[in-house]
Design a protein around this ligand. Structure first.
Ligand SMILES: [Zn+2]
Length: 291
């Protein structure tokens, strides 16, 4: 730490993950509004006298004062939390509600996966993540719909949106019946590769509605359509995350100190947890995270 001074700065953030560190500290993974994803140490948080223990639980939207180098030019990856105020502590509302808790976990895990490089600001992903947690906490829409809307829009921000209203291969407009994850979404009869799925037309419509935020259409769908949609969304996400992981070692060589950075993507090829009654996707999309 010699050779540079840690700055104090403020930002608001979503708490993505909390890990124990030693006897009484925790490492908090944060998706901040202005500084991208970063990790910070919260000292003494596990003592009963800690002022901010309850505010730094997963899924909370918090206002923070951090000590560290916001640009990460000085070698240290870890910041220190010096103050924290709760803006909206969504996590409390998901305790005891397993479907919403697992959906929130999948949102947080995906946010981390979609920000493989620390301190790379992504305002839209931050807003999307806060919005999804807020929607989950309000319970106005089915939990799986909120999660799938988040995953579809998160993929769109990453440039991985599945093609839904035109063939993924040749671009011919229309509602095509076949869907192929490796091809990039819906495909016309001419371009349909072997092994393409044939979801119900209503499933493709639901994916479109979730992407554009048409909740009237989304809320009116039945369970079977939602389940098929979840499977395709999870399969599509997993395919792209695994491809992204393979290119990551070339990218993620920022200022992180060896030994403090998590493995790229946070856990190798692990993937979203299975969600409640939702089956694994078309190619076994859902697997337990290995931790
Ligand atoms: Zn085509």
């Amino acid at each position: 730490m010699a050779g540079y001074r840690r700055q104090l700065y403020r930002d608001d953030a979503v708490v993505l993950r909390v890990q124990k560190l030693g006897e009484s500290d925790r490492i908090i993974t944060l998706l901040t509004r202005r500084h991208g994803r970063l990790r910070a140490v919260a000292r003494g948080i596990r003592r009963t006298t800690s002022k901010f223990g309850a505010r730094l639980e997963p899924f909370g939207h918090v206002d923070l004062q951090l000590a560290g180098d916001p640009k990460g030019n000085h070698g240290s990856s870890l910041h220190t939390v010096s103050q924290v105020e709760g803006i909206d502590l969504y996590g409390k509302r998901f305790l005891g509600d397993y479907p919403r808790y697992t959906a929130a976990s999948a949102i947080a895990e995906t946010a981390e996966r979609l920000t493989p490089v620390e301190r790379e600001p992504s305002l839209r992903l931050f807003q999307l993540t806060v919005g999804a947690l807020k929607a989950l906490s309000r319970g106005e829409h089915d939990t799986t719909l909120v999660l799938d809307a988040y995953l579809l829009r998160g993929m769109a921000l990453a440039g991985w949106a599945p093609a839904l209203i035109a063939c993924a291969v040749c671009g011919t407009p229309g509602r095509h019946r076949a869907f192929s994850v490796p091809a990039g979404g819906a495909v016309c009869p001419d371009c349909r590769p072997p092994g393409a799925a044939h979801p119900a037309p209503a499933t493709i419509d639901l994916m479109s509605a979730l992407t554009t935020g048409d909740w009237v259409i989304a809320d009116a769908t039945d369970t079977g359509v939602r389940r098929e949609c979840s499977g395709l969304v999870a399969a599509h996400l997993q395919w792209h995350l695994e491809r992204a992981l393979r290119s990551l070692p070339l990218v993620d060589r920022g200022p992180s100190v060896a030994g403090t950075a998590p493995p790229p993507g946070g856990g190798g090829a692990a993937m979203l947890r299975p969600r409640g009654d939702v089956e694994a996707g078309a190619d076994g999309a859902s697997r337990e995270r290995a931790e």
